[in-house]
Design a protein around this ligand. Structure first.
Ligand SMILES: Nc1ncnc2c1ncn2[C@@H]1O[C@H](COP(=O)(O)OP(=O)(O)OP(=O)(O)O)[C@@H](O)[C@H]1O
Ligand SMILES: [Mg+2]
Length: 154
């Protein structure tokens, strides 16, 4: 497990970019954390690493937003999902078996249908350290990602 502290939104974006540079097609990144902790900021970093231009916002009225880059980015926000079945209706499996990178905000909402192999990122506020401080942990779960932590550490 990797643990990083950031003290600004820019630093969180940079951590997302560092992770994004390691990603390959079919990778699944789950972004766990309370409202306003920085999941979308982190996704912006991933997007930058994939060569996607412009600022990314959370998909509010749709469940998924798609972007074209070095690899396509499929950005899910499943906060409003009531039943994981809705995910199959929009073709979740085609996304996870597809040619791009899948990022999921609020992954706990669809815990039961998440692939066992996944990158699990948790972002927490550390108010004692400062209003802009976040503790980010990254866990690479499964054989698919066995080399990633080594690559992260260079
Ligand atoms: N260290 C930090 N890392 C990330 N964001 C930070 C940090 N410090 C302050 N912020 C602020 O926190 C907010 C994070 O917003 P963001 O939309 O990324 O959160 P989110 O986790 O995606 O929220 P939501 O659950 O509503 O989707 C931004 O306003 C950002 O400027
Ligand atoms: Mg968000």
């Amino acid at each position: 497990m990797i643990e990083i502290r950031t003290d600004s939104v820019e630093e969180t974006v940079d951590i997302g970019t560092k992770l994004g540079s390691l990603l390959e097609k079919g990778d699944i990144i789950c972004l766990s954390g309370n409202l306003g902790t920085g999941k979308t900021a982190f996704t912006n970093g991933i997007a930058a690493a994939l060569g996607i231009e412009g600022y990314i916002t959370s998909p509010t009225f749709t469940i998924v937003n798609e972007y074209k880059g070095r690899l396509p980015l499929y950005h899910f926000d499943v906060y409003r999902i009531a039943d994981p079945e809705e995910m199959f209706e929009i073709g979740f499996e085609e996304y996870t078996d597809g040619n791009g990178v899948v990022v999921i905000e609020w992954p706990e909402q669809i815990q039961d249908i998440l692939p066992a192999e996944r990158i699990w990122v948790e972002i927490k506020k550390d108010l004692a350290a400062g209003v802009d401080t976040r503790i980010i942990t990254i866990e690479f779960k499964g054989k698919k990602y066995s080399e990633y932590e080594k690559h992260w550490k260079g």
